[in-house]
Design a protein around this ligand. Structure first.
Ligand SMILES: Cc1cc2nc3c(=O)[nH]c(=O)nc-3n(C[C@H](O)[C@H](O)[C@H](O)COP(=O)(O)O)c2cc1C
Length: 328
């Protein structure tokens, strides 16, 4: 983190750090649990996993929790750049608590302009579960999104052939059937819906599944009309993952997911994560073995498509107040 010859890096003042953390917290998180804690001390910003917000039934190893934190970490880096600051990230640094995921230095060596459009992008990204238009995302666009994962050390593979998509749909349905009989998981999901507080998912954002399809929906029935519950033939799917299935890999996948999602939003595409087939170990293995063509551990799947033009804006999911997540 050395500055240019003769210049000392200027450290970001506390007010900038506070702004960056609040923008980072706009990141997506599983069930909108926002499972992160930030700490700023002696010029260093630390990101920790908040294990009190883990989902013991659905996410016992903390994969989705860590991906969510990785997305927040990328949001922070993206926000810093947009406001003219540079960042240097040390993932999983030694010498901290087990929950410490990253230490970040925020500084600048030269003044950059502010990219307001990028800040707006952070604010406009969301999970819109309404049905995509029938026009599929072209293969080259999908490849461009996948290419964004490489610099984060993450594999991203589009699931493009009919055979692979059909197989994935089958496995997604199998995972749902498996989850339906697990009362523990259903209760856990239910706890994160319509909480009337600063976290969880409002009912207005969840599918209004017709009666026979209730059980096919991941969540309790919401009121959002015109949604698809599993994969539709026009949907495009990307699998993200890494060489390993561990905390360091999940963190990077979270960063790549956020990068891909923001870029998709910029281009007018909609992204919806689909984590159930990954949460069930047997279907996760089957996906790795029979759907993906390259060898890697899948961490999360996302559906990518276009929302119809002119749709009403959806309400935003709430966020926890800064003092809940940021210790100074
Ligand atoms: C790791 C991860 C897994 C997710 N899994 C699902 C999922 O299986 N189904 C779904 O509808 N949304 C899923 N989401 C989206 C979250 O529910 C969403 O990000 C959260 O409610 C916050 O809303 P926002 O994205 O609109 O800000 C997931 C998000 C993350 C980061």
């Amino acid at each position: 983190m050395s500055g240019r010859l003769g210049t000392r890096p200027e450290q970001a003042p506390p007010a900038v750090i506070e702004r960056l953390v609040s923008l980072a917290c706009l990141a997506p998180s599983v069930h909108n649990t926002q499972p992160w804690r930030w700490r700023y001390d002696a010029g260093a910003l630390e990101l920790c996993a908040d294990l009190t917000r883990r989902l013991p039934a659905e996410d016992p190893r903390g994969r989705n929790l860590t991906i969510s934190c990785g997305a927040a970490l990328h949001h922070l880096q993206f926000a810093a750049r947009a406001l003219g600051w540079e960042t240097s990230v040390a993932p999983l640094p030694a010498g901290g608590p087990d929950t410490l995921l990253a230490r970040v230095a925020v500084f600048r060596t030269v003044r950059h302009g502010v990219a307001r459009g990028d800040i707006d992008l952070l604010r406009s990204r969301c999970t819109d579960r309404r049905r995509f238009t029938a026009w599929p995302v072209p293969a080259d666009r999908l490849d461009d999104l996948c290419d964004r994962a490489g610099p984060w050390g993450v594999h991203a593979e589009p699931v493009t052939t009919d055979a692979a998509r059909f197989r994935l749909e089958l496995l997604a349905n199998r995972a749902l059937s498996f989850l339906e009989v697990e009362g523990r998981r259903l209760l856990e999901q239910d706890r994160w819906i319509d909480r009337d507080g600063p976290d969880g998912i409002p009912l207005e954002l969840l599918p209004d599944a017709p009666e026979p399809l209730h059980a096919r929906s991941r969540f309790r029935t919401g009121v959002l009309e015109d949604t698809r519950l599993v994969i539709h033939s026009g949907d495009r799917v990307i699998a993200l993952g890494g060489a390993r299935d561990d905390v360091g890999s999940w963190l990077r996948t979270g960063e790549a997911l956020s990068d891909l999602w923001l870029e998709a939003t910029r281009a007018g595409m909609s992204v919806i994560p689909m984590s159930q087939p990954i949460e069930v170990e047997s279907t996760r293995h089957e996906i790795a073995r029979t759907v993906l063509t390259s060898r890697f551990e899948p961490h999360v799947l996302v559906r990518v498509g276009w929302q119809a033009i002119g749709r009403r804006d959806l309400p935003r999911t709430p966020r926890r107040p800064l003092h809940d997540v940021f210790l100074r």
